[in-house]
Design a protein around this ligand. Structure first.
Ligand code: ADP
Ligand code: TPW
Length: 574
């Protein structure tokens, strides 16, 4: 690499800020950057590519940031998003905040304008106090002013992103940093290879015993797996724990596939029953936030009839919504193996009345679902279209599934079974629209597996232009747009008598498939399950970028999908 180094007149080789950044990342086994070039980071993207890094260039920073976050979730290494100053930084910030809320490790690196001018507010090109703005929205934020601190800055960012509860980190690199030079040897010696970036956190023995005692005392125990459990990559031990205890389990949406959804102990098809009836619930990397009705209310059955065990790396999470009888603080791998070790060989499985009751409800609900999936209405509804996707994923369990929308999200989550860990990425904790194409790009780049993105037509619009990115890098991504002519559906009317359509209604009969054709990808217009199936199989077997415009009945689904109750106006209509 010596030839890449600027050589000065005294013949001492020097290294510049650009190369120090690149070498610091590579030293820490980070070889991919998701970003969008412009002043002052254009050369950084070129040089990173020249130095053998994979640089994936996006059309909007939010999607580069989402890709970095998804890469972080999938690999346990912080995904890197690189943006220009002020507007580029702000575009990336949504994804940084979303990554932090989801506990995904990522680092947003933004170029910034000169401190002297920013601090006196003298109106620099793209002036903004980015560090101050980023701070409340991420786990940690640092600025590096001197080339000799690049190593420390990147090391701190990596540690902050992946240790403890993972999250987003902001790294501010003012433009002048990149052209600073220093002695090459000193520069390289200033870089830090982070040792043990996410140290294991071993749970205390008494906390393990307390959890086991409570679990043993349960008559109707339940294990709830969240995306923290998926992130932890303790797959074999989690499977053992579930199977050895014999306890029924529920996966949160991104924990689907940690155990195959067809596992006999999965209680997904009896979800409301088990949540209401369980007496002891063990949360594994799942928060009692709105997605779990805050651990109280009707969903959870009789008041005060439940006790919780919570495994989490973040002590402050405990008691955040309801009292936790047995907190187990540590990393999930260490906690689960400690539980397994403490269980002993004479563990008594849960009473038959409990597991049999669940089984019977499951069977009933699953046969109801099978009957609905077998219908073939015209136009397609969510069920008939998703039956096709369900069969595809059953045949190819290695497929990555990306999912966003309202009804499209809810129905996909319940209809499309997942079989392998970390194969499903979705709107996460915020229920945010716009993750689709960024997550799809990351899934393809990181795993080299085929990707299916199941997108509501509104959801797709947030990141639709990244279809060009997918085509440019020739990624094996098949986007299926569930086109029902609007946000939630296309049936709303303007009651004012004016000419505008209602706020939730889009152009009717839009042909999203034409968009991908502009970039050389395959566009398919599918109006029935057969056409959808043919197109999906072709996309997966060819690996070519494909967009299927799946025409869905515009009256299918409900406003806000399954969270209508959070929308009082709509709820009062149903
Ligand atoms: P879900 O939305 O699937 O219910 P959440 O995002 O609410 O999941 O919860 C994930 C939880 O997992 C967070 O509280 C986070 O602190 C925790 N977590 C993440 N990684 C680990 C880990 N390696 N070990 C223990 N807990 C973890
Ligand atoms: C960043 C609000 C939640 S769901 C949704 C919106 C706009 C789209 C629903 O329509 P879609 O799905 O995708 O066509 P379907 O299956 O019901 O037809 N802005 C952001 N995030 C959110 N969550 C919204 C708006 C919303």
């Amino acid at each position: 690499m010596a030839e890449k180094i600027v050589t000065e007149s005294n013949n001492n080789p020097t290294i510049d800020g650009f190369h120090l950044v690149i070498e610091a990342l590579k030293l820490n086994d980070i070889h991919t950057i998701f970003g969008l070039p412009g002043i002052p980071i254009t050369d950084l993207t070129r040089m990173a590519q020249a130095e053998g890094m994979r640089v994936i260039s996006f059309r909007h920073e939010q999607h580069a940031g989402n890709a970095a976050a998804a890469a972080g979730f999938l690999t346990q290494k912080p995904g890197i998003c690189l943006t220009v100053s002020a507007p580029g930084f702000l575009n990336g910030l949504t994804s940084l905040a979303n990554a932090t809320v989801n506990c995904f490790p990522m680092i947003l690196i933004s170029g910034s304008s000169e401190r002297e001018i920013v601090d006196l507010q003298q109106g620099d090109y793209e002036e903004m106090d980015q560090l101050a703005i980023a701070k409340p929205l991420c786990k940690a934020a640092y600025r590096v002013l001197h080339a000799q601190d690049i190593g420390v800055g990147i090391a701190r960012a990596i540690r902050s992103a992946v240790s403890g509860r993972p999250g987003g980190v902001y790294l501010d690199f003012p433009a002048k940093l990149f052209s600073q030079t220093m002695d090459a040897l000193d520069g390289r010696q200033s870089l830090i290879k982070v040792v043990d970036p996410a140290p294991r956190q071993i749970p205390a023995a008494d906390a393990v015993q307390r959890a086991l005692d409570l679990l043993k005392s349960a008559k109707r125990p339940l294990i709830l797996l969240g995306k923290g459990a998926a992130y932890a990559q303790a797959d074999a031990d989690i499977l053992s724990l579930v199977e050895k205890t014999g306890i029924p389990y529920l996966p949160m949406s991104m924990a689907k596939g940690l155990l195959p959804d067809t596992h006999p102990q999965s209680a997904s098809a009896a979800r409301s029953y088990v949540l209401a009836e369980a007496d002891v619930v063990m949360l594994v990397g799942a928060r009692l936030n709105w997605l779990l009705s805050h651990g109280k209310g009707k969903t959870w059955g009789a008041p005060n009839a439940k006790q919780f065990i919570q495994i989490d790396i973040e002590p402050k999470e405990i008691d955040s919504n309801v009292a936790i009888a047995a907190p187990l603080i540590g990393d999930i791998g260490s906690c689960v193996s400690a539980l397994l070790a403490g269980m002993g060989s004479n563990w008594t499985k849960p009473p038959l009345e409990w597991t049999k009751g669940i089984f019977e409800r499951k069977e009933k609900n699953l046969s109801k679902m099978a009957a609905t999936l077998a219908l073939n209405p015209s136009p397609m509804n969510f069920h008939s279209a998703l039956a096709v996707v369900r069969n595809m994923v059953a045949a190819r369990p290695d497929i990555m599934v990306i999912n966003e929308g309202a009804n499209t999200l809810d129905f996909t989550r319940s209809i499309v079974d997942m079989y392998e860990p970390r194969k499903r990425l979705d709107v996460g904790t915020w229920g945010i629209m716009g993750i689709g194409m960024g997550f799809a790009v990351a899934a393809a780049v990181v795993t080299n597996k085929p990707v299916i993105a199941i997108e509501g037509d509104s959801a797709f619009g947030f990141s639709g232009m990244e279809i060009e990115t997918i085509c440019r890098y020739n990624l094996p991504v098949c986007v299926v747009v569930f086109n029902n002519n609007g946000v939630y559906g296309g049936m709303d009317v303007n009651t004012s008598g004016g000419n505008d359509v209602a706020p939730t209604v889009f152009v009717k009969g839009a042909r999203y498939d034409k968009i991908i054709e502009a970039f050389g990808g395959v566009g398919v217009h599918a109006t029935n399950p057969h056409e959808l199936s043919v197109a999906l199989h072709e996309a997966i077997s060819s690996g070519r970028p494909t967009l299927i415009n799946a025409v869905i009945d515009e009256s299918a689904g409900t406003e806000s999908g399954r969270i209508t109750k959070l929308n009082p106006q709509a709820a009062s209509k149903t």
